[in-house]
Design a protein around this ligand. Structure first.
Ligand code: PBG
Ligand code: ZN
Length: 325
């Protein structure tokens, strides 16, 4: 006998009527990796389909994204030179500021978010200035530089700033730096609950940002901690974050739900590099139906409570959602 559940699953129309969560191209922010030079489009071996691109190629890529209905990107920079403080990120002619001006000139309608951190710009690969005695990132010196970096991004045309360094007090520091410089209208999407995760491995190949010694466990969170994960996001809300984030996504669906219930702010998730590569490699090995597994995975983030999904899958997902070839 078809009873309670199965009679509502027989018709595809009724199944659609009863679907509780949906993906849309409006949910996505697509990550882009920009480097110097011209005509460069280097695919990264560990992330098939993801490229380091020079500014001219990024500008062309943005056209493709808009055709797919993707209207927002998050920018990561690979500078020509790195040093102990990450000077490229503090300079108006650094890679991100340069890319921002070009992108916004050609695509003023694209919503450009910038990742705000120092690990791609420092020669030691840590997310800020080092304290020589403690051999870890100096929190308060880094806050000053995060404020400067944020203002450089805003001035170059960033539409939203996304600090990812997990420094204490970073939202307060960045908010006041932006406000004082006349950028009170620029929102902050905080990587508010970011774990010290091994799922970032492939990203560090693309962004060339692996730490040269040690790891990030003195600033990113312990994956074992749930209460602290909620506190981290609530603290950033108090400090004035406009949007919260959980990162990574797939192994942290419980945390996404927890923060969804603890705060009324919009919530983003970062479907990180290792999550992307895992599906790509499984598909290559012929183990999974890639498109279906991808869509099911992305949908799970919405079901867990995410409003925004930052994902390397965004282009492929958009093609499916828009029924393009
Ligand atoms: C920079 C940053 C990282 C990611 C986003 N911003 C790397 C890290 O913290 O080591 C990871 C993104 C990914 O794995 O896709 N702090
Ligand atoms: Zn960093």
């Amino acid at each position: 006998m078809f009873t309670r559940f199965r009679r509502k699953r027989l018709s595809p129309v009724l199944r659609d009527l009863l679907q509780e969560t949906r993906l849309s191209v409006d949910d996505f922010i697509y990550p882009l990796f920009v480097r110097g030079g011209e005509g460069i489009r280097n695919e990264v071996a560990s992330m098939p389909g993801v490229f380091q691109m020079s500014v001219d190629e990024i500008v062309r890529e943005c056209e493709t994204l808009k055709e797919l209905g993707i209207r927002s990107v998050i920018l990561f920079g690979i500078p020509e030179t790195k040093d102990s403080v990450g000077s490229d990120a503090l300079c108006e002619h650094g890679i991100i500021a340069t890319a921002l001006r070009q992108i916004k000139k050609t695509h003023p309608d694209l919503f450009v978010v910038t990742d705000l951190c120092f690990c791609e710009y420092t020669d030691h690969g840590h997310c800020g200035i080092l304290d020589p005695v403690l051999e870890t990132v100096d929190n308060d010196l880094t806050l000053v530089n995060l404020g400067k970096q944020a203002v450089i991004h805003a001035k170059a045309g960033a539409d939203m700033i996304a600090p990812s360094g997990m420094m204490d007090g970073m939202i307060t520091a960045i908010r006041s730096a932006l406000d004082e410089a006349g950028y009170a209208h620029i929102p902050i999407m905080s990587y508010s609950t970011k774990f010290a995760s091994s799922w970032y491995g492939p990203f560090r190949d693309v962004a060339e940002s692996a730490p040269s010694f040690g790891d990030r466990r003195s600033y990113q969170m312990n994956p074992a901690n749930r209460r602290e994960a909620i506190l981290e996001s609530l603290e950033d809300e108090k400090e004035g974050a406009d949007i919260l984030m959980v990162k990574p996504a797939l192994a942290y669906l419980d945390i996404i739900r927890d923060i969804r219930e603890a705060s009324l702010l919009p919530l983003a998730v970062y479907n990180v590099s290792g999550e992307y590569s895992m599906l790509k490699m499984a598909a290559k090995a012929g183990v999974i139906d890639y498109e279906r597994v991808m869509m099911e995975t992305l949908l799970s983030f919405k079901r867990a409570g995410a409003d925004i999904i930052i994902s390397y899958h965004a282009k492929e997902a958009a093609r499916i959602l828009l029924e393009l070839p």
